[in-house]
Design a protein around this ligand. Structure first.
Ligand code: SME
Length: 158
């Protein structure tokens, strides 16, 4: 059983170290859920985020997947909230202040900023990674770059 080791360095150093750990833990012989669960846990406890998890595409909705953090809404329609908008736009969305994002879905009143990163399979979005912070403006281009790399590691899973 491996234990999560956390770098004390800068955000770039933490992500770089985390990616090597994620690569060593990912298991391509099992389905995507198990790997999403470990990625959510590793991101959450490395950075101390408020909520870290996945929503998966089922028909015209996103359905809650593996996550760490407080209770969250179970279903999100395409185009709704930050998650549904990221799916519709097929791109990462950075939200420095959730109160300024029209249509933001507040699963928790403690959430202040957010990033949502889509996961593609054959150019279709199959899931999104959603991360909430209890502080304003937590996420920037560094998070976007590394989180896009991290979700891409899931593409080859079953
Ligand atoms: N805030 C998200 C909803 C999901 S929760 O934050 C876990 C949104 O607006 O899509």
């Amino acid at each position: 059983m491996k234990e999560l080791l956390v770098s004390n360095g800068s955000k770039v150093e933490k992500y770089t170290f985390l990616i090597t750990q994620i690569e060593s833990v990912l298991d391509y012989s099992v389905d995507i859920i198990a790997n999403m669960a470990n990625i959510a846990a590793m991101l959450h406890f490395t950075f101390g985020f408020w909520w870290t998890g996945f929503y998966r595409v089922f028909g015209d909705e996103l359905v809650l997947g593996p996550y760490q953090g407080p209770l969250a809404c179970t279903k999100i329609k395409k185009g709704r909230g930050v998650c549904g908008s990221s799916w519709e736009q097929k791109s990462t969305i950075l939200v420095p202040d959730v109160e300024k994002f029209p249509g933001h879905i507040a699963c928790s009143s403690s959430s202040r900023s957010e990033i949502v990163v889509p996961l593609f399979k054959e150019s279709e979005v199959i899931a999104v990674l959603d991360i909430d912070s209890d502080k304003l403006a937590t996420f920037d281009e560094v998070d976007k770059e590394f989180l896009e790399k991290i979700v891409n590691l899931l593409v080859v899973t079953k």
